[in-house]
Ligand binder design. Structure first.
Ligand code: MG
Length: 265
């Protein structure tokens, strides 16, 4: 049949695509997946997070350009706030992709890609920690993912806030090049109750902690969920770590050597 004018309702399958013409499927997560995987591939590898800041003089977090960018983010970006902070609680900031979710695998249902023991972990640590999500993707993806995984609708815990790439900061590291990181100072500027002493962030990428190396815990990436669904117990052990920190009455979490958390429990 002769194609009519193209409207919003025109099925993609009926469109006549010229050779080399690019089409973008709006809302298709594959777009995000591809760009994320490409980003992950070109991302510089960082050998040891303990060395990152000391090597540079002045340290990255004291460089005026970094401070300037940070202040701009703080002034212009609003977090997605879901629930009020609870006085006296510590703060756990969680990355999504490969930290609590296997981005690289296919499954029939999204919850099959959730890291095992996720809800049990969240429900338990919620007793003492406010929970936040910080992903390098877009807020739309964050919202969809968290809903699909049942994180934002769970009856036993609540998410305090969510952040996306807009709150991240580009740094130029003399050794590791240009990349975006997650500056916790953004969080500490937005909320009075959260500070260096009561915040911990889990991420599978060390470079995300480059400005806050004392507050980051590098989690083993969760991949190949079809194979690891039955065996991955990281969140069971990390739940214990977070609870031991509380039981021992640790006042300043930034002085704990999170790198050795397994030894600590
Ligand atoms: Mg990740």
């Amino acid at each position: 049949s002769t194609p009519g004018p193209v409207t919003d309702d025109t099925p993609v399958s009926t469109l006549i695509i010229k050779p080399k013409q690019k089409i973008v499927m709006l809302g298709a997560p594959e777009e995000d997946i591809t760009s994320l995987q490409q980003a992950a591939e070109v991302a510089p590898e960082i050998q040891d997070d303990l060395d990152i800041v000391e090597e540079i003089d002045p340290p990255l977090d004291q460089q005026p350009i970094i401070q300037e960018r940070l202040q701009r983010r703080i002034a212009s970006v609003e977090p997605k706030i879901l629930n009020p902070p609870r006085p006296g609680k510590k703060l756990l900031v969680l990355d999504i992709d490969y930290t609590i979710f296997d981005l690289g695998s296919a499954a029939e249902r999204p919850e099959q890609l959730a890291r095992p023991h996720l809800h049990e972990f969240m429900s338990t640590v919620y007793q003492h920690y406010d929970l936040a999500i910080w992903s390098a993707t877009s807020m739309k993806w964050v919202e969809v993912k968290m809903k699909e995984l049942g994180v934002t609708t769970h009856p036993d815990y609540k998410i305090t806030f969510m952040l996306d790439h807009k709150s991240m900061l580009t740094v130029n590291h003399p050794k590791y090049g240009v990349f975006d990181c997650k500056p916790l100072d953004f969080v500490w500027a937005k909320w009075e109750g959260y500070h260096k002493g009561n915040t911990i962030m889990f991420d599978d990428l060390k470079r995300n902690f480059v400005l806050n190396k004392g507050n980051g815990l590098v989690i083993v990436p969760y991949r190949k969920s079809h194979r690891n669904r039955e065996v991955d117990r990281e969140l069971v052990y990390l739940k214990r770590y977070l609870m031991v920190i509380v039981e021992r009455g640790e006042e300043d979490m930034s002085v704990l050597r999170h790198k050795h958390w397994r030894r600590y429990i």
